[in-house]
Design a binder for this molecule. Structure first.
Ligand code: ADP
Ligand code: MG
Length: 700
C-alpha cells in the first residue's frame, strides 16, 4: 500500500472549510496556508464564498478537477455523503479528521463501518477518522489542525493519539527535533499503524521510525513486517494501555500470568522494536539514532570537567552492563602530555574544573583516536571558568573528525548551558539532562546493534508422533470437550518426546491397593475427575505413599475430603503414579494470544509459580538460543545453575523441553493453552519428568 497521495499531494481539498477562526475547518485551511503548501488548496463549503482569501466551492464536484487528497472536517453524520461524493469523483486519498465514530459507541461504530464500506468499494484510502491529520514538513504540507509545521528532520512519527501528537510537536520544537512525516491515525478504520510504518520503512527521508500506539491491528503481520523494517531502521515505540483482549479469564497458570502487556514485550523483542517508557526517552533515543553512528562496540570513555558527575557516569555504565573503556598506553601518554598534572588521564578522564575548550578538544581528539574506545560521553558542569558555548563548538569539531564513533553529551545545569545545548543539538551531538540518560541511550543503541547482528533463527525439529496427538485433539474437538485430562495430556507429551511417570487409574479402594502393589513404592495418589483442574488445592494429591495400608487410608481420606470440598464434581477414582526422584520443579506452558499467537512460558516454582511470578515468555516457534534465553531471564536462574554448594540442574534438558513444547503448539493451532506443571528437573544428565499436565483445545 503506497501512501504517496497522502505524503505528496499536488492538490488538497478541505471539505467543511470554515471562515470562523478556532474551528477545525478553519485551522486546517489556515495550516495549509501557513505552511506555504505549494499545490492547490480547495476549500469546500456551500455556505461560504471564500476562506482565508481562497475561493470556496459549494461541493467537491464544483472544484472541476479531482483533488489528490481530500480532508474531511464536516460533522460525523455528513461524512458518508462526502465519501460518496469522493467515490464519484474517483478521489483516492481521504483524511477524516471528524470525531464521533467508533470511539463514542454503537451508533458511531455503525457510521464508521459505513464509511469503510464506501472506501473499500471505491478503492479510497482513509486516514482516520478521529485524527489530527498529516504533516510533511519538507513538502510544506500541513493537512492537520496541529498548529505550525515542525522542522524537517529524519524522524517519521505515527500516533494513535492526536492530542499526544500536539504535545510531541511542542516538545520537538523545544528540543530541536525534526520530522520527515507525522501521521495521526486516529481510529485507523483503514490505514493502520503498520501501513504507515511500512511506508516510513521505504521512505528515504525517514531514518528513524517513532510512534505512540495503543493497540495493534494485525499481530501476525505486524511481527513479520516490523522485523524486516527494524533490520533497516530503528523503531522506537511507546505502547500504552492494554486492550483487554488477552486478559479474559484463563484457566491455565500460563494464561493467567501472560497478560496483554507480556505479549507486547515478547513481540517487540522479536521484531527488534525499541520500547520507550515515555516521550522524553523516545526523544533521547531518537536524537542519537538520527545524528550519531551506531556504536561499533560497547566500550565507553567519559570526559568530564567535574569529578562527581564523572563517577555518576561511570556507575551508570557499570549498572547498564556496558564496558568501561580501557585507554591504551599511547592515549594515556598523550593525555598526560596535553593535560595539567592534576588531571585524571584514566577513564573517566577529568580535564578539571578550570578546563577551557581547548582542553576538552584535545582530550576528545586523543580519546576518539584510541581503537579501544567505541563511544564517548562528554560531561560538563558550568564552573566559573567554563566557556560553555565554545566548549560545545570544540566538541562538534572533534566529533566531525571521528565519524565512526558515537558521541553523546551531558551538559548539566540550567540557563548557563542553554545556548550550548542548542549548538550541540543542531550540530548533531545529542545532549542529555543526565549522564544516566546518555548511558541508557548508548545501551539501547548497543542492544539494537546486537539485535541486527543476531544469528539467523533456526528452529530445531524433533522426530515426534504427530498422528497420536492429532487423534486426541480431534476427538476432543469433535466432542466439544475443551479440557484434555492429565492422562491424555501426558500421552500427547509422550508423543512429543517428554518423559512422564508411570501411572494407572483405580476406580475403587481395592483396585487402588492392587495397582499399588504392581507399580511399587513410593507412590503418589491424585484425584481422578474431569471437573477438577487444580488437584492439590482441594486435597486431591498425596505424595510419598509407601505401602498398601497407606494407599487404602489415603484413598478413603481423599474421597471424603474431595466430595466435601467439591460436592458437585464427578469423581472417577484416583490416579496412582510413580513418585519421581527429588528435583527442582519448574513450569513450561503456552498461552495462545488472540492477536499474536502462541506465547511460551517458562517459570520457576511449580505449584508456587503464581506466587513467585518468576516467569519469562517467548513467541513460538523458538530457537534453541531463545529457549536458553527464556531460562536466563528468570530471577532464579542461578538456582538452576547451582549456587552455594547446591547442585544445579540439567539446563539443556529444560531448553529442549521448551523447544519440544514449541513444536507441539506450533503444529496444533487448536491447542489454546497448556501447562506442564510441575516439570521436575534433576542434575546434569538426568531426564526431566512431566509430572502433571493440562491442555485445553478449541477450534477457533
Ligand atoms: P495439581 O497441579 O493439580 O495440584 P500435581 O499433579 O501437579 O497437581 O501435583 C501437585 C504437586 O505434588 C506437584 O507440584 C509435586 O510437587 C507433587 N507431585 C505430584 N505428582 C508427583 C510425582 N509423580 N512425583 C513427585 N511429586 C509429585
Ligand atoms: Mg500441577
Amino acid at each position: 500500500m503506497s501512501l504517496d497521495l497522502f505524503f505528496d499531494p499536488k492538490s488538497v481539498a478541505v471539505v467543511g472549510a470554515s471562515r470562523q477562526k478556532g474551528k477545525v475547518g478553519h485551522e486546517v485551511v489556515a495550516g495549509l496556508l501557513a505552511g506555504e503548501f505549494e499545490g492547490d488548496i480547495f476549500p469546500v463549503n456551500p455556505n461560504a464564498d471564500e476562506v482565508e482569501g481562497l475561493t470556496c466551492h459549494p461541493t467537491l464536484k464544483d472544484i472541476g478537477t479531482t483533488p489528490d487528497l481530500v480532508v474531511i472536517v464536516v460533522p460525523a453524520k455528513l461524512v458518508p455523503d462526502v465519501m460518496n461524493e469522493c467515490s464519484k469523483l474517483r478521489v483516492k486519498a481521504v483524511i477524516i479528521i471528524t470525531a464521533g465514530f467508533k470511539e463514542i459507541g454503537d451508533e458511531g461504530k455503525r457510521l464508521e463501518e459505513q464509511i469503510v464500506r464506501i472506501a473499500t468499494r471505491s478503492g479510497i484510502q482513509v486516514v482516520g477518522p478521529n485524527c489530527l491529520g498529516i504533516m510533511v514538513p519538507d513538502k510544506k504540507l500541513n493537512a492537520s489542525f496541529g498548529g505550525d509545521l515542525p522542522a524537517t528532520g529524519a524522524v517519521g512519527y505515527v500516533s494513535q493519539s492526536g492530542a499526544l501528537m500536539t504535545a510531541i510537536l511542542d516538545m520537538a520544537r523545544a528540543n530541536d527535533i525534526g520530522f520527515s512525516k507525522m501521521v495521526s491515525i486516529g481510529n485507523k478504520s483503514d490505514v493502520d499503524e503498520l501501513d504507515v510504518m511500512v511506508a516510513f520503512g521505504a521512505d528515504d527521508n525517514t531514518k528513524v521510525i517513532a510512534g505512540y500506539l495503543e493497540s495493534i491491528t494485525d499481530g501476525d503481520r505486524f511481527v513479520r513486517q516490523m522485523e524486516m523494517i527494524s533490520q533497516d531502521k530503528p523503531v522506537l515505540l511507546i505502547k500504552s494501555g492494554g486492550t483487554g483482549a488477552g486478559a479474559k479469564a484463563a484457566s491455565s497458570h500460563t494464561g493467567s500470568l501472560a497478560g496483554n502487556e507480556t505479549a507486547y514485550e515478547v513481540i517487540f523483542d522479536r521484531a527488534g522494536i525499541i520500547r520507550c517508557p515515555s516521550v522524553r526517552t523516545q526523544f533521547d533515543y531518537a536524537q542519537a539514532f538520527v545524528h550519531q553512528p551506531l556504536p561499533p562496540g560497547d566500550r565507553v570513555a567519559v570526559i568530564t570537567n567535574a569529578g562527581g558527575p564523572g563517577i555518576m557516569t561511570a556507575d551508570a555504565i557499570e549498572r547498564k552492563g556496558l564496558t568501561f573503556a580501557e585507554l591504551s598506553e599511547d592515549t594515556i601518554a598523550k593525555l598526560t602530555e596535553a593535560l595539567p598534572a592534576a588531571a585524571n588521564v584514566q577513564n573517566p578522564i577529568d580535564v578539571l574544573g578550570d578546563a577551557l575548550p581547548d582542553r576538552y578538544e584535545v582530550a576528545m581528539d586523543v580519546v576518539l583516536a584510541d581503537p579501544g574506545v567505541d563511544s564517548v560521553i562528554v560531561v560538563l558542569t558550568p564552573q566559573a571558568m567554563t566557556d560553555c558555548d565554545e566548549t560545545a563548538r570544540a566538541i562538534l569539531r572533534a566529533a566531525e573528525k571521528a565519524p565512526g564513533k558515537t558521541i553523546l553529551a551531558s551538559f548539566l545545569g540550567g540557563a548557563k548551558i542553554d545556548d550550548a545545548i542548542g549548538l550541540l543539538r543542531r550540530g548533531g551531538v545529542p545532549q542529555y539532562d543526565s549522564p544516566e540518560s546518555a548511558v541508557t541511550t548508548l545501551r539501547v543503541m548497543n542492544d539494537y546493534v546486537a539485535w541486527r547482528q543476531r544469528p539467523k533463527r533456526v528452529v530445531k525439529l524433533f522426530p515426534v508422533n504427530r498422528r497420536k496427538v492429532e487423534q486426541i485433539v480431534e476427538r476432543h474437538i469433535r466432542r466439544n470437550v475443551r479440557e484434555i485430562g492429565e492422562r491424555e495430556s501426558k500421552e500427547m507429551l509422550e508423543a512429543y518426546g517428554f518423559a512422564t511417570p508411570k501411572d494407572m487409574i483405580a476406580t475403587s479402594v481395592d483396585q487402588a491397593a492392587n495397582i499399588a502393589e504392581q507399580l511399587g513404592y513410593p507412590l503418589v495418589m491424585k484425584i481422578w475427575s474431569p471437573d477438577i483442574i487444580h488437584k492439590s488445592d482441594i486435597g486431591g494429591v498425596r505424595v510419598g505413599l509407601n505401602n498398601s495400608q497407606q494407599v487404602v487410608d489415603a484413598y478413603e481420606l481423599m474421597m471424603h475430603r474431595v466430595s466435601k470440598k467439591m460436592p458437585d464434581a464427578e469423581i472417577h477414582g484416583v490416579l496412582l503414579q510413580e513418585m519421581c526422584k527429588d528435583g527442582m520443579e519448574v513450569i513450561l506452558g503456552m498461552h495462545r494470544d488472540p492477536n499474536f499467537g502462541p506465547m511460551l512460558m517458562f517459570g520457576m516454582g511449580g505449584v508456587t509459580v503464581e506466587v513467585l511470578k518468576d516467569v519469562s515468555f517467548c513467541l513460538a516457534p523458538v530457537t534453541s538460543q531463545e529457549a536458553y534465553d527464556m531460562l536466563a531471564r528468570t530471577k532464579a536462574y542461578q538456582l538452576l545453575e547451582g549456587v552455594r554448594g547446591r547442585e544445579g540442574v540439567d539446563i539443556g534438558a529444560i531448553a529442549e523441553g521448551i523447544q519440544r513444547l514449541s513444536q507441539l503448539v506450533t503444529a496444533f493451532p487448536d491447542i489454546q493453552e497448556m501447562d506442564i506443571n510441575p516439570f521436575v528437573v534433576g542434575p546434569e544428565g538426568t531426564i526431566p519428568v512431566a509430572v502433571d499436565a493440562r491442555i485445553s483445545v478449541e477450534k477457533k
